[in-house]
Design a protein around this ligand. Structure first.
Ligand code: R5P
Length: 269
């Protein structure tokens, strides 16, 4: 692996735990101003000190994130359809040159296995990896799951393995209660989990704990952090699980303690 690729990956994964807490705030690229992200600058700024990287589109990055931030930026580079359309109809929307100009440490793209545009989105991933390898840029493949698809180990394992075979350096997929370890075992690159729809904080911490216990390399979590009643307390509790092996009970206790203190970061970027 080339130095640039190694260095970028090292800035994403914590050197001590070997894991990562990515904060996903890219939802507007097909959902518009969704709950919790109606004012991106206000929501994201206080959370930046607590994430290992921010997963974001170039538009929100340029307009809402202070360029003095030291948080590594992971850029979503695919898109196209809105929530009103055929979601699998995605293309690459942001060039590698742009990712380099924005000083990204990685680029992310969705694939839609089993969906209408399966082949095209796999082709998009292949093209992105070809170009990214030239510049030492890690590619995160996101296994988007359509409404018709079961979020079980068989499906998630298929989609994750395909992403790795095509060349993704990291795969983002969903957690499944049964046989998630098999999803991880079948995928030769690190897996991070998306959080999915907002669930109670304790359950989101349990899901994070179970995922890392079964081999996930961390989370790329959005709604369960920024839609929490206290996003700063929640991301710190998730960090405690991912990096310090807190149990769900210990992490929930931490969340409640921080929440009651009404803790927010002192650093608003
Ligand atoms: C989809 O909008 C994106 O890939 C999100 O980044 C991903 O789903 C993670 O966000 P959440 O934890 O809210 O599912």
């Amino acid at each position: 692996m080339d130095w640039g690729m190694k260095n970028r990956l090292a800035s994403i994964f914590n050197q001590k735990s070997g894991r990562t807490v990515m904060l996903a705030v890219d939802h507007g690229y097909f959902q518009g101003p969704t709950t919790g992200l109606k004012k991106p600058r206000e929501t994201i700024g206080p959370l930046l000190p607590f994430c290992d990287s921010l997963f974001v589109t170039r538009g929100i990055l340029r307009n809402c994130i202070n360029p003095t931030t030291s948080t590594p930026i992971f850029l979503r580079v695919s898109g196209g359809p809105s929530v009103l359309g055929e979601l699998s109809n995605e293309d690459i929307t942001t060039s590698m040159k742009e990712a380099l100009r924005l000083n990204a440490v990685g680029v992310g793209i969705s694939i839609f296995v089993g969906e209408k545009n399966e082949e095209r989105t796999i082709g998009n991933l292949g093209r992105l990896v070809n170009e990214a390898e030239e510049y030492g840029m890690p590619v995160l493949a996101i296994t988007a799951v359509g409404k018709e698809m079961a979020r079980d180990a068989r499906y998630l394992g298929l989609a994750s393995r395909m992403a790795a075979e095509i060349g993704a350096h990291i795969v983002k997929t969903y957690y499944c209660a049964e046989d998630f370890n098999k999803v991880v075992e079948g995928c030769p690159v690190p897996i991070v989990i998306a959080g999915g729809k907002k669930i109670p904080e304790k359950e989101a911490l349990e899901m994070s704990y179970n995922a890392v216990s079964k081999g996930a390399a961390g989370v790329d979590m959005g709604r369960n952090i920024f839609q929490s009643e206290n996003p700063a307390a929640m991301i710190r509790a998730v960090r405690a699980v991912v990096h310090e092996n807190y149990t769900p009970d210990e992490a929930f206790e931490l969340f409640n303690r921080l929440k009651d203190k009404k803790v927010v970061s002192q650093v608003v970027e």
